[in-house]
Design a protein around this ligand. Structure first.
Ligand code: ADP
Length: 203
C-alpha cells in the first residue's frame, strides 16, 4: 500500500522544511541604486554583480531601467514629473524587495537629488539598507560608447531631453561610492561594489 504512514509524513515534513530553508535568502536585504548617465556602466555592473551574488546563494533582482519603464510606467516620458514618478515607483518596489531579504540592484539614471533623497528616506523609514553608487563616467565617454545610440540620435536632432546633454543630471554630493568606469576593468568595479556590501555587513 502506498498511503502516507507516520514515517513518510515525517520525511515529507523534513523535505518541505529543507526546501523552505533553501528558499530563504542567505543575508539581509539591501537596495543598491546605481545612478549615472546613459552608457555610464550601471546595467553592466549590476548584472555582473547579480551573477556573482546568485552564485553565492543570495536572492537578487536587477530592476532595469528600460524593462521597468515598460512594465511600471508605460505612457510616462522624460519630463521632470514623469522621471520623478518613475523613480518613485522603482524605489518603492526596490524597498519592498530589500525589506524581504533581496539584494535589489537598481541601474536607473535618477537624475534629481530630491527624488533620490525621497527613495532613501523611504528605505530609512522601515530600517531597510540603502546604498548609492554614483557611476560617474563622464558624458564624453558615455557618448563615445553610445550603447543605445541615444547620443547619435540627439546629435542628429531626432531626440531631445537627453540626461547630461540637454537635460539636467544632479550628481550626488555624497554617494556611498563613486566609480568612473573610463578605461577601468569591469571585474575590478564589480569587486569594489561587492567589497562595499561586505564592509557594511550586508553579505
Ligand atoms: P548604463 O546602464 O549606465 O546605461 P550600460 O551598462 O548599458 O550603461 O553600458 C556601459 C557600456 O560600457 C557597456 O558597453 C560596457 O561594456 C562598457 N564598459 C566598459 N568598461 C566598463 C566598466 N568598467 N564597467 C561597466 N561598463 C563598462
Amino acid at each position: 500500500m502506498s498511503g502516507v504512514g507516520g514515517a513518510d509524513a515525517l520525511t515529507i515534513a523534513a523535505i518541505a522544511d529543507a526546501q523552505v530553508q533553501a528558499a530563504r535568502p542567505a543575508g539581509p536585504g539591501v537596495t543598491v541604486w546605481l545612478t549615472g548617465l546613459s552608457g555610464a556602466g550601471k546595467s553592466t555592473i549590476s548584472y555582473a554583480l547579480a551573477d556573482r551574488l546568485r552564485e553565492e546563494g543570495r536572492a537578487v533582482e536587477v530592476l532595469d531601467g528600460d524593462e521597468l519603464r515598460e512594465a511600471l510606467s508605460p505612457g510616462l516620458g522624460f519630463s521632470r514629473a514623469d522621471r520623478d514618478a518613475h523613480v518613485g515607483r522603482v524605489g518603492y518596489l526596490a524597498r519592498l524587495l530589500a525589506r524581504n531579504g533581496v539584494v535589489a540592484l537598481v541601474p536607473v539614471i535618477a537624475p534629481y537629488e530630491q527624488t533620490r533623497a525621497a527613495v532613501r528616506a523611504g528605505h530609512a523609514a522601515d530600517g531597510t539598507a540603502y546604498l548609492e553608487v554614483h557611476v560617474a563616467t563622464p558624458v564624453d565617454e558615455c557618448a563615445r560608447r553610445d550603447v543605445k545610440g541615444l547620443y547619435a540620435k540627439h546629435a542628429a536632432g531626432q531626440i531631445s531631453s537627453l540626461t547630461g546633454v540637454d537635460d539636467p543630471y544632479e550628481a550626488p554630493a555624497e554617494p556611498d561610492l563613486r566609480l568612473d568606469t573610463t578605461g577601468s576593468d569591469l571585474g575590478a568595479d564589480v569587486e569594489t561594489v561587492y567589497q562595499m556590501l561586505s564592509e557594511r555587513g550586508l553579505l
